[in-house]
Design a binder for this molecule. Structure first.
Ligand SMILES: Cc1cc2nc3c(=O)[nH]c(=O)nc-3n(C[C@H](O)[C@H](O)[C@H](O)COP(=O)(O)OP(=O)(O)OC[C@H]3O[C@@H](n4cnc5c(N)ncnc54)[C@H](O)[C@@H]3O)c2cc1C
Length: 400
């Protein structure tokens, strides 16, 4: 019997755990450790501040389906790992493994600039999304300028763009759009770079959205400081703001940085190969955001990162599962797919409108890439949410 411990049970880790168990059957014991009992469909958090979704609509307790599929689930926070003795230390005891999958996602670097944590909102956690909802209720009583964007070194610009267009629509619904100067700030070299060096027609499309919705924008800027009623940019421009939402950079979680033997990068990500296996420990694997992904473009005036989206997170979970099964069966031909060669499949919500981003690979060179706007309704994003929650709730991890 081989024991695999998976840390982190979201897009990457839940997929990896279920796939190892599905493929390894009785020969494989799988223990999934997550500090949260819930599976949360993070992409729909952008709708929570505006009341379009409640947290309960986009999350569920994952224990029952994991148990049904034969995966042991432990709610605990992993503190560190000693890869030399194959031991994971958690706040609920120690776990020994034959294989370890690290799928712990990101930690948000709020201290990227003074005042970001105190005065800017962040929508990427349930708490953050609910606090943002409360702040918007207050904002309605005394509307004024709004700044939305991403800070230097951020990589998840897509979610901030989505929130921007959703806020614009919300302001119109509240009949206060005329009272609000809306600003978009981004470290990207140009609109729609997205940390993937853009998509055909992407910049033109985003420029036309900005002009159509009367949104002021600044590219190639970072945040020097956020104060109660203003955002000071790295070029010293001061933007007044009654409500600020920023996407800070993501870094690796404390569990990784507390485990120096993992030789994580300075930003806390794991230096795995295209087979997602650690180069120094053949029984340690990483999937999802925990993976180090080298920058696929030359950094511009203001640094920013590449996005690590849901589809490649799920895919790398599958690749890791397949490779662990191959290794336990004595095979040496491991499946390899570099992060940037995984197909690009993303839907950007634009406030009951949407843009589909499809490409043969996430990073260039791509043989085919297209952005398809849908101005009628954001039904693809809604369908994707319903599909992903259905698939995960039923433990159908092998589906795309
Ligand atoms: C606001 C927002 C919107 C987004 N929208 C989209 C979108 O539209 N499309 C898209 O493709 N992607 C989107 N993304 C990105 C997508 O959410 C991520 O790609 C995906 O969640 C990554 O999956 P993951 O499993 O690697 O990490 P995560 O989903 O972050 O999961 C990490 C898991 O590890 C657990 N964990 C962390 N540390 C520990 C520890 N020490 N011990 C135990 N457990 C631990 C956490 O509880 C969590 O369950 C969005 C992200 C954000 C923030």
């Amino acid at each position: 019997m081989t024991t695999t411990v998976v840390i982190g049970g979201s897009f990457a880790g839940m997929t990896a755990a279920l796939e190892i168990k599905r493929k390894g059957k009785e020969q494989h014991k799988v223990i999934l450790i997550d500090k949260s009992p819930l599976f949360l469909f993070i992409p729909s958090l952008i709708w929570v501040p505006l009341g379009r979704r409640e947290i309960k609509d986009i999350s569920f307790k994952k224990e029952a389906i994991l148990k049904k599929k034969g995966v042991d689930f432990v709610v605990a926070e992993a503190v560190k790992v000693d890869p030399k003795t194959s031991t994971v230390f958690t706040d609920h005891g120690e776990f020994h493994y034959d294989h370890l999958v690290i799928a712990t996602g990101p930690k948000v670097k709020y201290d990227v600039a003074p005042g970001v944590e105190e005065f800017a909102h962040y929508i990427g956690t349930p708490n953050g999304a609910m606090k943002t909802r409360k702040a918007l209720e207050e904002f309605k009583k005394n509307p004024g300028p709004i700044v939305i964007g991403a800070t230097q070194n951020a990589g998840c610009m897509g979610a901030a763009y989505e929130f921007l267009f959703n806020i614009e629509k919300w302001l119109r619904e509240q009949n206060i759009r005329k009272k609000v100067d809306l600003y978009w700030i981004t470290p990207e070299d140009y609109l729609g770079h997205f940390g993937i060096d853009g998509m055909p027609m992407g910049e033109t499309m985003l420029k036309s959205f900005m002009s159509m919705f009367n949104i002021n924008y600044r590219t190639q800027v970072g945040v020097k400081e956020v104060q109660k009623n203003k955002v000071i940019l790295t070029n010293d421009e001061i933007l007044p703001s009654h409500f600020t939402m920023l996407m800070p950079p993501f870094i690796g979680v404390d569990f990784v940085t507390n485990s120096p033997e993992l030789y994580a990068t300075p930003t806390g990500y794991l230096p795995v190969g295209d087979d997602y296996r650690h180069p120094d420990y053949p029984n340690v694997w990483a999937a999802g955001i925990a993976v180090n992904v080298p920058l696929p473009f030359t950094p511009g005036k203001v640094p920013f990162a590449s996005p690590k989206t849901g589809y490649p997170s799920d895919e790398t979970g599958k690749i890791v599962a397949e490779n662990i099964i191959r290794v336990t069966n004595g095979r040496t031909d491991l499946k390899e797919k570099a992060w940037g060669r995984i197909p690009g499949l993303c839907i950007m919500d634009a406030g009951k409108k949407e843009v589909l981003l499809l490409s043969t690979s996430l990073f260039k060179p791509r043989t085919f890439a297209i952005m398809i706007p849908n101005v009628l309704y954001d039904f693809n994003k809604v369908l994707f949410e319903k599909y992903f929650l259905w698939k995960t709730r039923n433990g159908l991890s092998y589906l795309p």
